[in-house]
Design a protein around this ligand. Sequence first.
Ligand code: IMP
Length: 191
Amino acid sequence: MKFVFATHNEGKFKEASFILSEYGIKIEQKPIKGTEIQAEDIIYVVKHAAKNIRPGKDVAVIVDDAGLYIDALNGFPGAFSSYVQKTIGNKGILKLMKNEKKRSAHFDAAVALRTYDKLWVFTGRVNGTITGQERGFLGFGYDPIFIPEGESRTFAQMKLEEKCKISHRALALGRLATMVRNIGLIRQTIY
Ligand code: IMP
């Protein structure tokens, strides 16, 4: 089976390659049109995107969507993380959080696996806090302002291998990979 990871995002692809290689799954990167829609629920986003793909019998396509949810901002930017990152960016988020004592937040990831005749969705979450200022240059997106629980460094201060041990994407893709290896042995969502 050939695994294709549908994204334009180089950072996501690098992480997914690393995470899935630990399970013996090799992926190819392919930006597939229609896989990056915006909606309020990331599970809906990946499900909808994956439903519109029709891979051949020897191909499985993975679609990934993620969001950062900040408690003090009632879950903002959430499903709008992509737009917010492109517009106000990390500096804009830090401005909104200025003088805010409650710093808790989480990242959610949803990944869909689409084969010729099936579709599965898996999720992963990592809790953490929002920093006062940007820290670190690694990773991508909101990594410089997010410290995962139990850590003192931001995701952007961690090597790829370190982030990929604990991230929302690692959890979701780990579940997907386990299912791929042991179909029927773990809980799965079939739509
Ligand atoms: P997407 O819709 O899944 O591509 O991501 C929404 C936004 O969240 C984009 O701006 C990404 O850069 C950002 N994002 C997604 N995953 C991560 C992550 O693991 N770390 C930091 N930012 C992320």
